[in-house]
Design a protein around this ligand. Structure first.
Ligand code: NDP
Ligand code: 8X3
Length: 252
């Protein structure tokens, strides 16, 4: 079962886009599923292990030491990671810059930017050694255009955009593909986190939009990883039909 499948590591596999991606990639990859929620990681392992080989790593991407220890603790048979999906991340708050909460700012920069860098650094060791690999960073439409009160979340995703471009340039000589997927509004747990569990505010973000769901983005990721080896989808923005830009939405 799955012994000769390539290995993919997915961060933020315990919810939303990451969870959908785990189910989608289980068809073709052995999976290292990462997250902070042990119970959810166990549930995923149980549900997916009939389809493929699965192991889980429990760590907070903001904790450099933990990231290093968990990734370097991988058994030899799991060390050759071919695909890294840098997905863990969230928005925290939606406030004018002069009203922003410093804890929210730290959380977004530490998770979306520094966390992505920490995970990448340790996974890259083996990709560079093997002279092959594929990294897919989950950016956002918020990394392409700034919207009112988006300030620091947008800054974190603009940083991801610059990091993806930098990775693509620096890793080119090692045959490592770097892709970035930039979703628009996807109905996941994202808004519950952004609005600190305010259910009605979270729900209102997607009302009347027929928004994207995690499975839509997982299918796009699957398309990207299944392209021929000579093809790299470098940067791809995915919107719901009802969304024209960060602020232009056709609500029914
Ligand atoms: P969810 O809130 O549903 O999932 C976020 C995932 O990231 C969870 O598994 C969460 O785990 C994990 N995560 C968050 N912080 C950390 C951390 N410090 N360490 C480890 N794991 C962490 O949201 P989405 O699925 O929507 O978000 C996934 C990615 O997609 C994010 O990078 C987000 O910015 C991006 N995105 C989302 C869009 C949307 O509209 N939903 C649009 C564009 C981009 P835990 O439950 O433990 O917090
Ligand atoms: C998530 C999409 O528009 O809420 O990155 O920033 S948005």
């Amino acid at each position: 079962m799955g012994n000769n499948k390539k290995i993919a590591l997915i961060t933020g596999a315990t919810s939303g886009i990451g969870e959908s991606t785990a189910y989608e990639l289980a068809n073709n990859y052995s999976l290292i599923l990462c997250g902070r929620n042990k119970e959810k990681l166990d549930e995923l392992e149980e549900n997916l292990s009939s389809k493929t080989k699965v192991i889980t790593l429990e760590f907070d991407v903001r904790n450099h030491q933990e990231v290093s220890e968990k990734i370097s603790s991988l058994d030899n048979s799991w060390k050759k990671i071919e695909l890294l999906i840098n997905n863990a991340g969230n928005a925290h708050g939606l406030d004018f810059i002069y009203e922003g909460d410093i804890e929210d700012w730290d959380m977004m920069i530490d998770t979306n930017v520094k966390g992505l860098l920490y995970v990448t650094k340790y996974v890259l060791d083996s990709m560079i050694k093997n002279n092959s690999g594929h990294i897919i960073n989950i950016g956002s439409i918020a990394g392409k255009e700034v919207y009112p009160k988006g300030n620091i979340y947008c800054a974190s995703k603009f940083a991801v955009d610059a990091i993806s471009q930098g990775m693509r340039i620096d890793l080119n000589k090692y045959n490592i593909k770097v892709s970035q997927v930039n979703p628009g509004l996807v109905e996941t747990n994202f808004s519950m986190v952004r609005f600190k569990n305010d259910k009605s505010r979270s729900k209102s973000v997607y009302e009347g939009l027929n928004p994207l769901i995690g499975d839509d983005i997982a299918k796009v990721i699957s398309f990207i990883v299944n392209c021929p080896d000579n093809v790299n989808i470098s940067d791809l923005t995915v919107l719901a039909k009802s969304q024209a830009s960060s602020t232009v939405l056709n609500r029914k």
